[in-house]
Unconditional design. Structure first.
Length: 235
């Protein structure tokens, strides 16, 4: 099992042993991904499941609200289908509470494992500006490479502000635009000059090199961690 449904806790058969089987199969997959140093999307997905279960633990009404609704029949006047909440009895709630009590510490252990890998890799990465850094830092380039490798992955980044009902926060998008080889002639500085010539809409772009000391999966780990490092740098 590679994924866990968003509402796995309330979908299907409500039985402790069955839900335990689903969870452990999912966590086994997450653990295998971590062993391959593939942090994303498994780590983010796991944190999301954990947060949802914590809310369930704190508010039983949320558990009831998450159950699938039963189709009651059409409402011809309103031209829509009517649904009624599924009845959740005490025995079913007891089963769910046992499942949640078992699942939360299991998930937390795997989250801690993923976080440890993340923190280690972040410490093993170095970020440096290429050339003079402009005042405008919301758009630019990130040159990702591994130590002892001449391959350079050029990403264009853009920082956006996102807002929800509670707060405003920053997000960053990174798009791979080119892969080049570093050499005595094709240095980071020369690569930046070539980017300026090719993409004239950014005449003086913020450009950073991010070097990882270890060979790790590019899209599943290097790029996501680079996003966080870059956000910290340009804040």
């Amino acid at each position: 099992m590679k994924i866990l449904s968003e509402n796995w806790i309330t979908e299907g058969w409500i039985d402790f042993e069955y839900k335990k089987y689903l969870l452990l199969a999912y966590l086994s997959h997450v653990g295998s991904q971590f062993k391959e140093v593939k942090l994303y999307p498994p780590l983010a997905d796991l944190i999301q499941h954990y947060s949802k279960l914590k809310k369930f633990e704190e508010n039983k009404e949320q558990i009831k609200a998450s159950f699938p609704k039963l189709l009651e029949g059409p409402n011809w006047n309103a031209m829509k289908m009517n649904f009624k909440p599924m009845i959740v009895d005490d025995e079913m709630m007891k089963q769910l509470e046992e499942i949640i009590a078992f699942s939360l510490p299991q998930m937390k252990n795997y989250i801690e494992d993923g976080k440890s890998i993340y923190d280690f890799l972040e410490q093993e990465m170095e970020i440096e500006p290429i050339g003079i850094s402009p005042l405008y830092q919301k758009e630019g380039y990130a040159l990702l490479s591994f130590d002892n490798s001449k391959d350079i992955y050029i990403y264009r980044y853009k920082i956006n502000l996102f807002q929800n009902s509670i707060d405003t926060f920053k997000g960053i998008m990174m798009q791979l635009i080119q892969k080049v080889r570093r050499s005595l002639v094709n240095t980071f500085e020369q690569i930046k000059l070539d980017l300026i010539k090719t993409y004239s809409e950014l005449p003086n772009p913020a450009t950073y090199s991010i070097i990882c000391q270890h060979q790790i999966p590019l899209e599943e780990s290097f790029v996501p961690i680079s996003k966080r490092i870059l956000l910290k740098k340009v804040e």
